[in-house]
Design a protein. Structure first.
Length: 206
């Protein structure tokens, strides 16, 4: 999976969502084409406070528009604006398998209702905010028991499972969607592609 970030808007109005995304991103040129897998991945932003500069979106299933983007931060402002502008639910998810980082948040009509964020690294304070969903355990994620001890794991499988309770598939069949909308601008922020270029091949260390 690597690095994955997406926003989901509970709407069928792709044109209106496009307008809102243009306002939020300040990108005024819309392109259309196939899903740019490698290009989007190389343009993942490395700065925590950077807003998306690359958005790829489409109606991936009835009632849900999926927006893949290149920023890993939780984008609370975007969630509130999109859900308020369209008077609907918005789900924001992100994951980074190398860092073991996972985020899920739900907004409705301009208000954040639930936020869950876990990073299974050192010195990280998890976020478990808002009222538990009816389908949740005492803690977010999957309940595990071993030798009489109970623990909970919130990972990408948990994100997928949570989304299904709202009628949402977070991983659609990308190939089945012939045309994606693309908003992209040049950015001064450092990207994953910049980092990869800075790495020396192993033979240059000798």
């Amino acid at each position: 999976m690597g690095t994955w970030a997406a926003i989901f808007v509970n709407s069928n109005d792709l044109n209106k969502v496009t307008g809102t995304l243009m306002q939020l991103s300040a990108i005024d040129t819309l392109q259309k084409g196939e899903f740019p897998t490698s290009d989007l991945y190389n343009n993942i932003l490395l700065e925590d406070n950077a807003c998306p500069t690359y958005l790829v979106f489409a109606q991936t299933q009835p009632d849900w528009i999926m927006i893949r983007h290149n920023a890993l931060q939780n984008l609370e402002g975007w969630g509130k604006t999109l859900s308020a502008s369209h008077q609907t639910k918005v789900i924001i998810c992100s994951a980074q398998s190398n860092a073991d980082f996972y985020h899920f948040s739900l907004y409705n009509q301009g208000t954040m209702l639930r936020e869950i964020e876990y990073c299974y690294g050192d010195d990280y304070e998890p976020i478990n905010w808002g009222n538990r969903f009816e389908f949740e355990n005492e803690q977010p994620g999957v309940k595990m028991e071993y030798d009489g001890e109970v623990s909970y794991i919130f990972d990408f499988d948990s994100i997928e499972e949570y989304a299904k309770h709202f009628g949402l598939e977070v991983q659609p069949d990308y190939d089945s969607i012939a045309e994606w909308c693309i908003l992209k601008t040049k950015t001064s922020h450092k990207t994953l592609g910049d980092f990869k270029k800075s790495l020396k091949p192993w033979w240059k260390f000798w």
